[in-house]
Design a protein around this ligand. Sequence first.
Ligand SMILES: Cc1cc2nc3c(=O)[nH]c(=O)nc-3n(C[C@H](O)[C@H](O)[C@H](O)COP(=O)(O)OP(=O)(O)OC[C@H]3O[C@@H](n4cnc5c(N)ncnc54)[C@H](O)[C@@H]3O)c2cc1C
Length: 404
Amino acid sequence: MTYDLLVIGGGASGLIAAISAARQGLKVLILEHNEKPGRKILATGNGKCNFTNLYQGPETFRSDNIDFPNSIIEKFNVSKTIEFFEELGVYHKNKNGYLYPYSEQASSVVNVLVMECHRLNIMIKYGIHINKIISPYFTIKTNEETYYAKKTILATGGCSSPKLGSDGSGYLLAKNLGHNIIKPLPALVQLVSSDNYCKALAGIRLNAEIKVYINNEFIILEEGEILFTNYGISGIPILQVSRYATKALDENKDIYIKINLMNNMSKDDLIEMLKKRIINSRNKNIEEMLIGLFNDKLIPILLNKSKISKEKSTSEFNILDIENLAREIQNFQMNIIDHNSFENSQVTAGGVDTREISNKTMESLKVKGLYFAGEIVDVDGTCGGYNLQWAWSSGYIAGFNAAI
Ligand SMILES: Cc1cc2nc3c(=O)[nH]c(=O)nc-3n(C[C@H](O)[C@H](O)[C@H](O)COP(=O)(O)OP(=O)(O)OC[C@H]3O[C@@H](n4cnc5c(N)ncnc54)[C@H](O)[C@@H]3O)c2cc1C
């Protein structure tokens, strides 16, 4: 069968790419190896699908070619994304700038995309795994059929959450077509620590500021709710910084994070506050003095790290002890030795090198008629709707230009 356009992958970027091309009259076929489309979309935003974010800034996207993501995003931006989905029936709910379908069901997003595919007579074939594309006329041979097309969009996603379909096989397709692949690594992933107190802290959630240091150099700061786990640390701020950690670990660099457990006050104010607590805790030991300030599992670890005996009475406490304790509270260090795997990561850093892709059309600069969309390329976003925004923008632009 001959088509104008083959789209490999029926996820977020593949569905919108197919729609954008078919709206301009192309005969489009989507080949998807799952039995259903958009399986990953269903898992997004805890099943509610945080499909974009009103705040867009250059720091929300990461890539080895840092200007690339925004040059595509600005061609199909948040307003156009909102308009696109409203036209399909998805009205949005705004939660501090994070946008969800009003129904708060990710399935609404998949359903409207699939309904639009049907309306446009886009053919979707399921259960077909593509492991080879022959160029220059794109040919795909399966056991049942051979498909030809003038143009192809690779929208196979990255390696993250492979159980949802994105098993990394798209990289091999791109590589075989002559593209360089920047080593894919998990991003938006939990970090593993070598510190033996992790198990004791598991389950504690708290608001904190975290700073990442790689080879003793400060790299990035994030703030928000962290979660101590029995293997290390998780929570949104950890996911946000994780792509720097996974890359540094891959390069055998040393990584630690410093957690400011009381980021709502300056060091001097903290010292003053501790002094007052000591005065008010005359009959207590130092461990008892900290009750009410920190989770009680955290207190002995804080004291141990500050080299203060927990039995020490508050009357024996001197200014040096107070300063040591304040320093530990605001610089609680965790050594990072690993990260969780692709199974647990929400997105993949790395992928098809964007220096080989047009920043206007998403067309390959190496193979005419070949386009890329979504997570397969070396672009990853922070948490907050940015990865889907990348899928919508890159998919729409790839499909639109494939039809020109
Ligand atoms: C748990 C979880 C929660 C998330 N939450 C959010 C969120 O709230 N907001 C947000 O912005 N982002 C979120 N993301 C990230 C976001 O879902 C992805 O970045 C986005 O779906 C990527 O779209 P894509 O089309 O590039 O890839 P995918 O959605 O992964 O689609 C790729 C498709 O290609 C198919 N495929 C792959 N290889 C082949 C092959 N060889 N042959 C045929 N078919 C193939 C796959 O089965 C899949 O259907 C989340 C991710 C996860 C895992």
